[in-house]
Design a protein around this ligand. Structure first.
Ligand code: FES
Length: 502
């Protein structure tokens, strides 16, 4: 059941893996919305570009979200104004509004059945402590000229203190959109290779990228669109991004107002209806990866039952997001010494417009040698480093790194099936899992990114790293980076650690 509606309802094309060495002007790593949109924009301009994806295009967070296309990203504008000034806040709105327009225009131009629909977005609170924040954000909306209103109610049976309504926002089918855009990019001469995982990255005038099957790619410019950068390039992204998981349940519901909504406080309540399917998506329960192992789906099902009196669950899935410490994405060159490597990451949970905005910015940097949004998204901003969030998250990484090494595994192998347990075998701490057919899988639990100890995630039957969010299935295969190398089994040598920093 843990498959997203978006992926189930858009099969898309399959693309062959790369089986020989490749030389290209532009290489895009990652086939989510950033990567595919960049491929589309570069090839539309007649440039020679190729894209590789470790699994399948659109199967990461681009196919596992709520399908909201909006420039209302929590109370982001007050935050940006406080750190970087009014003009930067306005720029953030402008580029996200342009991204929304891009989705609408491209859907029309190629006749994509992307379920694109315009509707208002609501940001509400049920907590008196947040009323002033919403008032402040509304004041900023007005100064920025955003079509919006301050409301006392929202059109669902939830008692709220107040809400901010942003008009002319949208929703769409992200995977159908991505699949169609990929097809168009290929028509324009772009190349896509799926099941092509990067295992090593050597920067240079010409970057050399090694893939799992031993083949090499030489590229003059590389766009790292792998969600969490698969290569750090001394940009210290590992210290600047917090990995979070969140959950979505889709419940049957006959009707719902034409709007989507989210609250400002925690725990988050996000609501988005799929009229074509008569399903309401209820999402939230976000937590740092590897930090909570609870039945998050059940909590969302209880919430749906409480508010809408429905318990007919049709879908459930989870997603991973990365959050910068000042809540603004990083888009542009990976660092100033590597002007031919670009990165886009840290979209918080607002990646649908932010990813398209990133693709626009990167394409402009490549084709026009600059972008008016370069400073807004630069990795050179210091407010993220000088923040409480930066200190808090990096202190936590240190605790996880050291604390994990002190843990002892259980001395006996458990009988239970389909549960991951840390065990001690001949003095070696291992991750043990017995599958439903009694096959036993034992892996080295040292994360191959920077060596933290992975933890069991019972909801998704995976080993998750609490430091930077890498995830591995119970056989040790990478599900989410930054780790590029799989966890070795008990019989193999110790895991190889490859942080891919320099
Ligand atoms: Fe960085 Fe595991 S993800 S150590």
């Amino acid at each position: 059941m843990n498959a997203p509606y978006w992926i189930l309802s858009s099969e898309g094309e399959s693309y062959e893996p790369l089986t020989e060495d490749l030389s290209t002007d532009y290489l895009i790593i990652g086939g989510g919305l950033v990567g595919i949109t960049t491929l589309y924009l570069l090839t539309k301009a007649g440039l020679k570009a190729s894209l590789i994806d470790a699994t399948r295009i659109g199967y990461g967070t681009s196919g596992r979200n709520t399908g909201k296309a909006t420039a209302q990203h929590g109370y982001i504008y007050s935050r940006i104004e406080k750190n970087y000034g009014f003009e930067k806040a306005k720029q953030y709105y402008t580029i996200n509004a342009k991204a929304m327009q891009f989705i609408e225009d491209v859907s029309k131009e190629y006749g994509i059945d992307s379920q694109f629909k315009k509707l208002p977005a609501y940001l509400f609170t049920q907590d008196e402590d947040y009323v002033d924040k919403l008032k402040k954000e509304f004041d900023l909306y007005q100064r920025m000229g955003i079509d919006s209103s301050f409301e006392k109610e929202i059109p669902v049976p939830l008692r709220v203190r107040c809400a901010l309504k942003m008009n002319n926002q949208a929703q769409f089918h992200p995977k159908r959109f991505l699949d169609a855009l990929a097809k168009q990019a290929v028509k324009q001469g772009g190349k896509i290779y799926e099941k092509t995982r990067v295992v090593d990255f050597q920067p240079g005038k010409e970057c050399i990228i090694s893939i799992e099957n031993g083949k090499k790619i030489a590229a003059k410019k590389v766009i790292i669109a792998s969600h969490y950068p698969c290569y750090d390039g001394k940009g210290f992204y590992f210290a600047r991004l917090k990995p979070e998981r969140s959950y979505i349940v889709g419940v049957e519901l006959d009707s719902f107002p034409e709007a989507h909504m989210i609250n400002i406080e925690q725990p988050a309540i996000s609501l988005r209806y799929i009229p074509e399917e008569k399903v309401l998506m209820v999402s939230g329960e976000a937590h740092k990866v590897g930090h909570q192992d609870e039945d998050h789906y059940q909590k969302l099902k209880d919430l749906a039952k409480d508010i809408f009196n429905t318990d007919a669950v049709k879908y459930q899935w989870s997603a991973q997001d990365y959050i910068s410490h000042d809540y603004v994405p990083y888009v542009g060159v990976i660092n100033d010494d590597l002007k031919n490597v670009f990165v886009a990451t840290g979209f918080r949970k607002w990646g649908l417009t932010n990813s398209i905005a990133s693709a626009m910015v990167i394409s402009n940097l490549i084709m026009d040698n600059g972008s008016e949004y370069e400073d807004l998204f630069t990795h050179l901003r210091v407010k993220d480093f000088l923040s409480f969030n930066f200190l808090k998250e990096n202190a936590d990484v240190a605790v996880q790194l050291l604390g994990g090494k002190l843990q002892m595994g259980k001395p006996d192998l458990p009988e239970e099936k389909e549960t991951g347990v840390k065990v001690n075998i001949n003095g070696k701490r291992c991750g043990y899992y017995r599958d439903d057919e009694d096959n036993i899988h034992i892996v080295d639990t040292t994360c191959t990114h920077m060596g933290c100890e992975v933890k069991w995630n019972s909801q998704e039957k995976s080993w998750d790293c609490p430091c930077h969010g890498s995830r591995f299935n119970y056989t040790g295969h990478v599900l989410e980076g930054p780790a590029e190398l799989h966890l070795n089994s008990y019989k193999e040598p110790k895991n190889t650690i490859n942080p891919q920093i320099s």
